[in-house]
Design a protein around this ligand. Structure first.
Ligand SMILES: C[S@@+](CC[C@H](N)C(=O)[O-])C[C@H]1O[C@@H](n2cnc3c(N)ncnc32)[C@H](O)[C@@H]1O
Length: 207
C-alpha cells in the first residue's frame, strides 16, 4: 500500500490529496513515536544508518542546536547517509561513526541521550550478509539503555521474515521483556495474518 500525494476522488471531483498508509509501516510509526518525544537541542542516536532516512528525520527533529550520532559498519551506508544529509543541509548536526553500534557508549555521556533508533536487517541493494546480528544487537541495546536519559525512548524495527532475522527478533523481544520487568514501558506493534512473519516495531521508554 502507498502513502504520499495521490490523485483522489472526493465528492465526485478529482484532486491531489495526501494518502496515509494504514496501518503505518513500523519504520514510519517509529518516527512518529520518537519524533513526538524529542525537543530542539536533544542529542540522539541512529544506531543503523542504512540510507540515512532516520538520520535525516532525527536531524530535523533536534534542530540547529541538537546533535545526531549515527552508526553503521558499511562504508556504502555511511556514504549514502552523508550524501543525503549534505543535500538536505543538515550534515553539520550529525556525527558519522563508521563502526558498530555496540560502541555507541564511547561517544556520549551516560544518561544524556534523548532517543535511540534501530532499524535492523540489511541495507537494501547491498550485500544481505551484512545484516545486523543478534549478539551485537544485544550489546548495542545494553549500551543504548545506559545512554538514554530518564523518560527517553528507544525504538527497534525487527525483521523476523528474513534469514537470521527470526532469531534476532526473538532476542530483541526477550531483551525488551527484561526491560518491562525493570519498570520500562514497552510496546510491540506489527501486522498479523501475513504470509511471512511481518516486520514489527518495539518501543521502550526508560523509567
Ligand atoms: C535496514 S538498514 C537501516 C536503514 C536506515 N535506518 C534507513 O533509514 O535508511 C540496517 C543497517 O544496519 C547496518 N548494520 C549492520 N550491523 C551493524 C552494526 N553492528 N552496527 C551498526 N550498523 C550495522 C547495516 O550495514 C545496514 O546499513
Amino acid at each position: 500500500m502507498w502513502h504520499g500525494f495521490r490523485v483522489v476522488r472526493e465528492r465526485g471531483s478529482l484532486h491531489l490529496g495526501w494518502v496515509i498508509e494504514l496501518p503505518p509501516r513500523p519504520t514510519r510509526l517509529a518516527q512518529q513515536i520518537v519524533g513526538g518525544s524529542l525537543r530542539e537541542g536533544d542529542v540522539v542516536v541512529d544506531a543503523t544508518a542504512g540510507n540515512g532516512h532516520d538520520t535525516q528525520f532525527l536531524a530535523g527533529c533536534v534542530g540547529e542546536t541538537g546533535r545526531v550520532l549515527v552508526f553503521d559498519v558499511q562504508e556504502a551506508a555511511m556514504r549514502s547517509t552523508r550524501e543525503r544529509l549534505r543535500e538536505a543541509g543538515l550534515d553539520e548536526r550529525v556525527e558519522f561513526h563508521l563502526t558498530s553500534h555496540a560502541r555507541m557508549a564511547e561517544f556520549a555521556e551516560a544518561g544524556s541521550v534523548g532517543a535511540v533508533m534501530f532499524n535492523l536487517g540489511y541495507l537494501p541493494g547491498e550485500d544481505h550478509a551484512l545484516a545486523t546480528e543478534a549478539d551485537e544487537t544485544l550489546r548495542a541495546l545494553d549500551a543504548a539503555s545506559v545512554l538514554l536519559k530518564s523518560g527517553a525512548v528507544l525504538s527497534v524495527v525487527c525483521y523476523p521474515g528474513h534469514p537470521q532475522g527470526g532469531d534476532e527478533a526473538a532476542s530483541v523481544e526477550r531483551w525488551m521483556n527484561g526491560r518491562a520487568e525493570s519498570a520500562w514501558r514497552v510496546a510491540r506493534y506489527g501486522m498479523i495474518g501475513t504470509k511471512l512473519p511481518a516486520p514489527f516495531l518495539m518501543v521502550a521508554r526508560k523509567p
